[in-house]
Design a protein around this ligand. Structure first.
Ligand code: URP
Ligand code: ZN
Ligand code: ZN
Ligand code: ZN
Length: 469
């Protein structure tokens, strides 16, 4: 059934005006002043509300397994949480087991998400092994499967880390075919050595997670990744950039016109490494990689979001519970109670991204309202081959729409969120700005506190060429 959203203030990356929007057959059918509504049209009054394109979070981990631990959100709980936070598309991960094809990984991830996801989704392939066949299959993934980005790890030796030659070969291949490599840039072998030394000295508490992953080694890997991409004549994307030591290489490269792109995440924008100075295992809630950085990095990240040295904000939503056994989940954060290196890395964030970036960014005058939309929706859609179907409000685009009240306050809490995770880093934070209604391809899926979405209603979205933003 068509829906007419009346009198909302439509905000895109470049527009800001009051108009009506007609949603029909999953698409935005018309935008204009005083559109007329037929008898079969549901009319929604959006007076006083912002009308935003649905959020695009290009970095989430729903029911992803790392080592012995699996993230506590399934595609069902995680996409519901995302929707309540104003996100209508995620790009998650398909994991290539060593010796298998990226195409198998994609098929497996699609089978996992298919009947659970309630918002639209795509995948990056995590590539853990490169050979001639794998490279050929990466080409097929880009051309035929709509999977055009590939995450590779410069960290975690013995599990997912790949060497520079593998990264270079992958970059060279995907760069020629409209794809892009996304790098987890930390120097894995040095970090491994520092972890081993810390444990030998009896340093087992979670604060050593931060101390053994120095910012300088994120900077080193970022610099190396840029040089590899330059040599491969391919674009490169840095996931979860956290440190000023890494940012400076991105800035330098972009100033030279090299196609280098990077995201940061809310946890790096709102928390710093002083959290690791606290005593006790509670610090494990801040164990993610890269770790929280110093206050100067935090300031530099906000500036870079404003100046487009960083292109977008994703969440790296990778939730593990603080309580073992919560909702039946095992090998969660307490798995590393006696050894910080066993604490599963990652934090939740998919549900809070839009609100905290609005509250801390727009309301604190760090970024404009248009830039907020660009960072959380338009830029990820453009960079990862989803635009203009996703990421904007335009005739013909998918009718993924968020009605957002900029003035309504609420207090963030794990007691009221929809993720399976038993904590949020933002517990108790009072924020202004609230998601009121969410439409996915024209269908109302969030209405205030009511959930109208359906598992399996999310669609796999084939993505086009990436990295051209
Ligand atoms: O700590 C993190 N970021 N865990 C998720 C996996 C990754 O590296 O993105
Ligand atoms: Zn990573
Ligand atoms: Zn991640
Ligand atoms: Zn308030």
């Amino acid at each position: 059934m068509p829906t007419l959203i009346r009198n909302g203030r439509i905000i895109t990356a470049v527009d800001d005006y009051v108009a009506d929007i007609l949603l029909e057959n999953g698409r935005i059918q018309a935008i204009g002043a005083s559109l007329s509504a037929g008898a079969d049209v549901t009319v929604v009054d959006a007076g006083g509300l912002y009308v935003l394109p649905g959020g695009v979070d290009c970095h989430t981990h729903m029911e992803n397994t790392f080592g012995d631990s699996t993230t506590c959100d399934t595609f069902e709980s995680g996409t519901k949480a995302a929707a309540f936070g104003g996100t209508t598309t995620i790009i998650d991960f398909a994991f290539q087991n060593k010796g298998t094809s990226p195409l198998e990984a994609i098929a497996r991830a699609q089978a996992t998400a298919g009947d659970k996801a309630s918002i639209d989704y795509g995948f990056h392939v995590i590539v853990t092994h490169v050979d001639d066949k794998v490279l050929e299959d990466m080409k097929v993934a880009i051309r035929h499967e709509g999977v055009s980005s590939f995450k590779m790890f410069m960290a975690y030796p013995n599990t997912v880390m790949v060497d520079d030659a593998a990264i270079f070969r992958a970059m060279r291949m995907v760069g020629q075919h409209g794809g892009m490599v996304a790098l987890h840039a930390e120097n894995g072998t040095i970090i491994e050595l520092l972890i081993k030394e810390a444990l030998e000295q009896g340093h087992t508490s979670p604060r050593y997670h931060g101390l053994t992953r120095p910012a300088l080694m994120e900077g080193e890997a970022t610099h190396r990744g840029i040089r590899l991409a330059e040599l491969a004549e391919a674009p490169v994307y840095f996931v979860h950039l956290s440190a000023k030591e890494a940012l400076k290489h991105v800035v330098e490269a972009r100033d030279l016109g090299i196609p280098v792109f990077a995201e940061t995440c809310p946890h790096y924008l709102f928390f710093d490494d002083s959290e690791y100075e606290k005593e006790g295992f509670d610090v494990a809630r801040y164990v993610m990689s890269p770790p929280l950085r110093d206050k100067e990095s935090q300031k530099a990240l906000w500036t870079a979001l404003k100046t487009d040295d960083l292109q977008l904000v994703s969440t790296d939503h990778c939730p593990f519970c603080m309580k073992e056994g919560h909702l039946g989940r095992v090998r969660q954060k307490p798995y590393g109670e006696d050894d910080f290196s066993r604490i599963p890395n990652g934090v939740p964030g998919v549900e809070t991204r839009m609100t905290v970036i609005y509250d801390g960014g727009v309301r604190q005058n760090r970024i404009t309202l248009n830039r907020f939309v660009e960072l959380t929706s338009t830029a990820p859609a453009k960079l990862f081959g989803l635009f203009p179907r996703k990421g904007t409000i335009a005739v013909g685009s998918d009718a993924d729409i968020v009605l957002f009240d900029p003035n309504e306050c609420h207090t963030i809490s794990a007691h009221t969120h929809h993720s399976n995770c038993d904590y949020t880093l933002f517990e108790g934070k009072h924020v202004h700005g609230r998601v009121k209604k969410v439409f996915l391809r024209g269908e109302l899926i969030v209405d205030g506190d009511s959930w109208l979405g359906r598992p399996g209603n999310g669609r796999f979205v084939k993505r086009g060429e990436v990295g051209g933003y």
